[in-house]
Write a protein that binds this ligand. Structure first.
Ligand code: SF4
Length: 466
């Protein structure tokens, strides 16, 4: 279970359906894993835009009465994760803004690598920013673009930005979707009755009975209006950089993105791991939930039985309060607990998806060892994380990543286990073949296709605004 490596955002939109706001609510509900701090929906009835957003979970923010106040046949929505410092309602999306031709709403998943540079330029030209989100940069570029239909303004605005974006725009008459030329974040297109849906992952389509049509291509801008779906490819082609971490941890296993089903890739990570790091053990136990598919793969390949040795409390949610010192040792057990009777005196292979700072896995191992297993072998279904992400994921700084400064053996000693094995980069790539060259592996290699921000101010901007 990844700790301190937080989901980014999820976006969802509907065009041409009587229940647009209700469907968007359900779509966001299915995408809740991508962000739990705030959520919002903007709808259109052809005459105006109607918005509601708040801090909290989708199910807490929206009810029948709120959804009734979001009329019309089209809508876009957003769920957001943010770091503590940036947890403000003013940063909740979608943003609605007025420009010379009317109103438009925007929902953004990703991060721009040149946001601060563009922001400085725009401020010099007199632009006033309300918040600290880099999405606001896109809004100003849109408003400053030469006159023309909204889709042309979107294209003009995006020509200047670098980085990761999957975007939805909504005005009174049209829905526009755009994905950056590298395709860092997923974006999929579907059909529901006579209307269309667009979202971060296909699991949102399944919930509402929409048919998956295709992925929106990297660098593609899609306009949906009364005449149907129109596709534009206005940007120079670029090396694809699909985020491999969507498969390791972020995306839901029942989703299809980047040409693969997430569950099948995640299970294959476990198969590869069993080949690379076998262990003599009595059982394979997953760290719930994201470690489960890889544990199934490992167990299947190794022939070692899979057991549920760790149980997760699914109801911790946002109400979790850090305990005071007197009961702080409850710690990790609030979220996870071991099944002592199952693992006592057993040789265990414990599967987890990744190690970030090392502190969470260390606590988990302490909890497991309190149940007196004979041996504990930890297997991690990705390579050591040595670099931060600049493309839409909230990550600790490089210095905080344990693998950036410690060897595998040092990490093994730190978490007090008998052996530790990470999946190799080559093994990871095999799991997404044949299109393995289309992925970003920056946080494992430290090599980034788009230059990270160079100065401290820009980096600070990043860390706050994911
Ligand atoms: S650096 Fe890592 S988390 Fe960020 S886009 Fe690349 S693979 Fe994904």
């Amino acid at each position: 279970m990844v700790s301190s490596w937080n989901e980014e955002c999820g976006i969802f939109g509907v065009y041409g359906h009587l229940e647009a706001a209700n469907l968007t609510y359900l779509g966001l509900y299915a995408l809740q894993h991508r962000g739990q701090e705030s959520a919002g929906i903007v709808s259109s009835d052809g005459k105006g835009l109607y918005a509601h957003k708040d801090m909290g979970l989708v199910s807490e923010i929206f009810n029948k009465d709120v959804l009734k106040r979001l009329p019309g046949r089209s809508a876009i929505g957003h769920v957001r994760y943010s770091t503590a410092g940036a947890t403000h309602l003013k940063n909740a999306q979608p943003f609605v803004f007025d420009y010379s031709k009317g109103g438009i709403a925007i929902a953004h998943n990703g991060n721009l690598t040149n946001a601060q540079v563009l922001r400085d330029q725009l401020e010099k030209e007199g632009a006033v920013f309300q918040g600290t989100m880099d999405t606001e940069v896109i809004i100003h570029l849109f408003a400053h673009a030469n006159t023309g239909p909204p889709v042309e303004r979107v294209i003009a605005a995006l020509k200047d930005v670098k980085g990761a974006y999957s975007l939805l725009f909504l005005n009174e008459k049209e829905l526009i979707a755009a994905r950056d030329p590298h395709g860092f974040r997923p974006l999929v297109l579907g059909r529901i009755k006579d209307g269309y849906v667009v979202g971060s992952e296909t699991c949102a389509f399944d919930l509402i009975g929409a048919e998956f049509l295709r992925e929106i291509e990297p660098g593609e801008v899609v306009l949906i209006n009364a005449d149907g779906v129109h596709s534009f490819h206005p940007f120079p082609t670029a090396q694809h950089q699909f985020c491999i971490f969507e498969f390791i941890y972020f995306a839901r296993p029942d989703s299809y993105i980047f040409g693969h089903n997430v569950y099948q890739v995640r299970r294959e990570l476990g198969v590869q791991l069993a080949d690379e790091h076998p262990a003599e053990a009595d059982m394979v136990i997953p760290t719930p939930d994201s470690g489960i598919p890889a544990a199934i793969g490992y167990a299947h390949r190794s022939g070692i039985p899979l057991e549920l040795g760790i149980i997760r409390n699914h109801y911790v949610g946002r109400t979790f309060i850090e305990p005071r010192d007197a009961i702080r040792h409850f710690g990790v057990k609030i979220k996870l607990n071991s099944v002592k009777e199952a693992i006592k005196d057993k040789r265990l292979v414990v599967l987890d998806d990744s190690i970030v700072r090392g502190t969470t896995v260390r606590k988990n191992m302490r909890m497991i060892k309190n149940a007196s297993p004979q041996k504990v072998h930890v297997r991690i279904s990705c390579p050591p994380i040595i670099g931060s992400c600049y493309y839409g994921i909230d990550t600790p700084t490089r210095e905080e990543l344990i693998a950036s400064s410690h060897s595998v053996e040092e990490i093994r000693q730190y978490i007090h286990v008998n052996s530790l094995g990470y999946l190799s980069l080559e093994g990871l790539k095999r799991c997404v073949a044949p299109n393995e060259d289309e992925f970003c592996y920056g946080c494992f290699t430290g090599e980034y296709c788009l230059e990270p921000p160079q100065d401290d101010a820009q980096l600070d901007f990043f860390i706050k605004e994911v």
